[in-house]
Design a protein around this ligand. Structure first.
Ligand code: 2PG
Ligand code: MG
Length: 418
């Protein structure tokens, strides 16, 4: 039984230059591991609470000293020198210690850091790769690698809101290896960069996830240019490369209406707009096409489009088993976007993953827009047999840490993409 000898923590900076939490878990056996946690910008309101210091004089209130102190102090005192049978026992102990429904007392950022650091330390103790340890936790063998959805263009909260929808990603279809699929993405990305230069007279690489973010005049223009970029790379849209879209509609939903650019659409009109995109563009996955509390229109969308595309819930579900249960019962989605820090412990995220899979859903394991150089997400996506992984673009090292880890896992396991 692994026994924690000591928990330590550090406030570090994420890819937006904002503070986040890094934790180290040292086990009595001598095995030790460190993890860093990511942070979202287009967050769902049902997410577990990320504890920030709130001191406007320091990082505009975004400091994480309190969360770090909670790991060094209370969590270390309560958890050190105690054997834990497994991950679930540790996570339950932390949830009980926190005592709030959304982990607001100790902070979900503190809890998730300890949860993941413990998992990685356990893998070190056993001398196995982290993805293997994750596969053991969920009790499933790894038979395929996740097919990545890779950011090409950004808008919304990831790019200053120049266009309403948040992200258009490419998903290479005609490649069976991560290696081939990244090379294909590079070709599309370079074609897109050339196209943007011709169209807008500049090359912008400023979006949070490293995607291109020119001044698109509409969501349709963003989608049209995505298709053109695929063609310009000599690839066939829909056959070689599909599009996946994160509409992030919660963030332009106001008083029951969707403010899509200059247009104001009610729920049924928004559903119709999404259906028209499915007719016009090779979209394999539609994430947060509707707002997080607009349950009836999610059901309308699933009934009309669920057979031809993933109806993927991010803000809608927040990796929360209770919300996933509701979505299964009300037929509101057919895929889960899984982000461990939305719920705050590995055990609850695993419950979310298992629940979604038991309903026949697809699972997309996702990074956050604020990331670190840590690569545990790649191991998680492989270990839990995610159908897809969403990490951002192929620029910026905090994204590439995950893609590069996938390349290494591919060589080590010789397993192909599903
Ligand atoms: C999303 C994520 C990742 P954020 O909306 O899916 O792209 O963004 O981390 O800002 O919530
Ligand atoms: Mg999203």
């Amino acid at each position: 039984m692994p026994t924690i000898q000591r928990l330590s923590a550090l406030e570090i900076l994420d890819s937006r230059g904002r503070p986040t939490v890094q934790a180290t878990c040292q086990l009595a056996s001598g095995a030790a591991a460190t993890v860093s946690v990511p942070s979202g910008a287009s967050t769902g309101t049902a997410e577990a609470h990320e504890l920030r210091d709130g001191d406007p004089q320091r990082y505009r209130g975004l400091g994480c000293r309190k969360a770090v102190q909670n790991i060094r102090g209370e969590l270390n005192r309560a958890l050190a020198n105690r054997p834990f049978r497994d991950q679930a026992e540790l996570d339950t102990a932390m949830i009980d210690l926190d005592g709030t429904p959304n982990k607001s007392r100790l902070g979900a950022n503190a809890l998730v850091a300890v949860s993941l650091a413990f998992a990685r330390a356990c893998a070190v103790e056993q001398g196995i790769p982290l993805y293997r340890h994750f596969a053991n936790l969920i009790g499933q063998p790894v038979t395929a690698l996740p097919r990545p959805m890779i950011n090409l263009f950004s808008g919304g909260k990831h790019a200053g809101g120049q266009v309403s929808i948040q992200d258009v990603q490419v998903m290479p279809l005609s490649a069976r290896t991560i290696d081939d699929l990244l090379a294909m993405t590079y070709a599309v990305f370079q074609s897109a960069a050339d196209l943007m230069y011709r169209q807008y007279g500049m090359r912008l690489l400023t979006a949070d996830e490293g995607g291109l973010a020119p001044a698109f005049s509409s969501a349709e223009e963003m989608l049209d240019l995505s298709v053109q970029s695929i063609r310009a790379a000599g690839l066939e849209p829909g056959r070689d490369v599909a599009l996946t879209v994160d509409v992030a509609a919660s963030h332009f939903h106001d008083a029951g209406c969707y403010r899509l650019g200059a247009e104001i659409l009610d729920g049924p009109a928004m559903v119709n707009r999404l259906l028209s995109w499915l007719d016009r563009y090779p979209i394999a996955s539609l994430e947060d096409g509707l707002a997080e509390e607009d349950w009836p229109h999610w059901s309308m969308l699933l009934s009309q489009a669920g057979s031809r595309t993933l109806i993927l819930g991010d803000d809608l579900l927040c990796t929360n088993p209770a919300r996933i249960r509701r979505a299964i019962d009300s037929r509101a989605a057919n895929a889960l976007l899984l982000k461990v820090n939305q719920i705050g412990t590995l055990t609850e995220a695993m419950e979310a993953c298992t629940l979604a899979k038991s309903a026949g859903w697809r699972v997309v394991v996702s990074a956050r827009s604020g990331e670190t150089e840590d690569n545990w997400l790649a191991d998680l996506a492989v270990g839990w047999s995610g159908d897809h992984i969403k990490v951002g673009s192929i620029t910026q090292s905090e994204r590439l840490a995950k893609y590069n880890r996938l390349l290494a896992i591919e060589v080590e396991t010789r397993i192909q993409v599903a």
